[in-house]
Ligand binder design. Sequence first.
Ligand code: ACO
Length: 703
Amino acid sequence: MDKKALNGLFRPKSVAVIGASNTPGKIGFSVVDNLIRDGYKGKIFPINPTSPEILGLKAYPSVSDVPEAIDAAIVTVPAKIVPAMAEECGKKGVKGLIVITSGFSESGRKDLEDEVVATGKKYGMRILGPNIVGTLSNSDKFNGSFAPCLPLAGKASLISQSGALLIALDAATYTRKVGFDKLISIGNMSDVDFADVIEWLDDDEDTSCISLYIEGLKNGRRFIEVAQKSKKPIIVLKSGVSAHGAAAAASHTGSLAGAAKVYGAAFRQAGVIQAADLNDLFNRTQAFSEQPAMKGDNLLILTNGGGVGVLATDSAERYGLPLKFAPEDVQTELKKHMPEFGSAKNPVDLTGMAGNEWYYDSVKYAFGHKWTDGLVVLYCETAVTNPMEIAQSIQKAIVDANIKNKPVTVSFVGGERSDAAMSWLVEHGIPAYGAPDLAVDAIAALHEYTVLHAKKHTFDFTSDAKARKASLEIIASARKDGRDSLTEIEAKKVFKAYGLSVTDTQLAKSEDEAVALAKKVGFPIVMKIVSPDILHKSDAGGVKVNIKDEAGVHAAFITIMANAKAYKASANIHGIAIQEMAPMGTEVIMGSVNDATFGPTMMFGLGGIFVEVLKDVTFRVAPIAEDQAVEMIGEIRGAPILAGARGEAPRDRKALAETICKYSTMILDLQDEISETDANPVLVYEDGKGLKVVDARMILKKK
Ligand code: ACO
């Protein structure tokens, strides 16, 4: 995409307002009023069929009557005439449409939206919206919206899918003291989407970090690629993470792969920092817009109060940045700026006696010391100190330390005087928060950014052409039978084609065949019903394990068949699978969903009760490289069990990582055919002894 094409939308030199009105209360009035009042320096051309003048500006009956070039046209006429307006704008050579109007795909009129987009494509004109508030830019004094005002000036820029939320945040920037340069309402994303705007903002010299409010992405993979390449930190608040997608899932993985899990994985792979709620979005944006990332994990906390110091220490551990004792030389120097009963270890407690000078000296020294990767300064309001003076001492110390590549955050706990001091700090580029845990959370996010960006995700992968061909044949034959799932035996054949270690499993159609196969496989064996109509075999009484002899095979055959018929009389029964009884190992689960937004996405976790009850699983958008597979294995809560807890031998995590990678190749290769898969359980043995997929499930895409 030509990034410059969006200049017309976000930094227009001239704008037309189609539907400009002299009637206060109309959106067409507000937009013109906002442009004038907030000091837009470009040319404004109000367009109205009957009024010759709008808010003191010469108005034109249509864009074709405007004698000059128009960069952006802000559209505020009813939906049904927007396609005609788009056509006129295209002919006129307008670079971009900012379509505020509602009444398109969000309310069943996708046809109208498609018409506007097609016209845009025809003329090379980009479309922002429809169904948006507009776009605002402090550096251009451009308020091309019906939001109440330009936001508090700052270095962050926000892209919001919700117009209402953008309006709410706009006014709140003043009370929350978080400054923004641009607020961009993105609405239905008919043409310009998140990835486009992120790419554009990445080159915008007035933006230092990018905040997002996302309800749902259209092209998840492109988002990941663009976000990863962004030179600027991205913070995201994603809404709609509850109870999504679970209802219709046919596999275990499908039922666990809610939006929160898949989006969460995608955001981590994209190197994007997540915010839990609106407060978090503001707090983290404040930190990222003013401070650099924290490059190492040596966090130093300075305080005048033991209590807040301990609270901050607890938070540091909670947010994954546990404190370490400061080195000797740091402690020796800091001891000079505190009374005998102070502590220089970390947290550094200057005590309630700390005044401006002690704060100045210790902050300057600690921030400047090479050991320190990030600094949190805490202050509790006392009667013997002046919060504003303490704030000024801290800020001067930071400036005098002359260090540009490490972050600092501050928390003052007190009353109005502390609040005023924090506002002053924020105005001077130092993020300040009303509670110690928020200051620590902000610096932990700056550290998380470094951690996330240390790993590069790539979408490159090599198809396994031979395995793919064999698998497609198996899938085609299942489809020919009118099925939309594979039997366990078929699914295992696909797994095996992709190099996964599966238990030897064969189909017996009669009791005699079962006995013959059992002898071939070798006792003990497992017997399982094979029917495309019975996915949950155990629930149907369709599984018997540890069968030790011929008599057992006969008995199990009769029982399983009877159970299956009782469970579902109409079930199409292919026969009974005779399967080697794999030795016990640690149970894990692997699986996949073909996510509507991100495509093939893989899950891994401990099996059995861990997946049923604790849902101890982790996700990644495929492909998964080996280092990412290792990361997945290490990040579940049950990781110590695989590492060999309580004297147990470590499990074969190398084989596990390799299997995850092969599985990821399989789900990418077959993405046009499969929707959900499970390998559950997979039994993992001691180091060097590999693993075995004991059960397999593969649900096909409906065609
Ligand atoms: N060219 C230029 N102007 C025209 C044309 C034309 N061809 N035809 C009509 N107009 C004028 C009208 O005469 C009117 O001006 P007037 O007041 O001088 O008569 C003006 O355009 C507006 O037209 P109206 O028919 O009066 O439409 P109205 O202002 O009531 O509504 C609007 C238009 C605001 C676009 C409405 O259809 C709409 O979509 N509202 C929702 C907007 C919105 O909420 N967007 C999403 C934001 S996200 C959130 O939830 C906050």
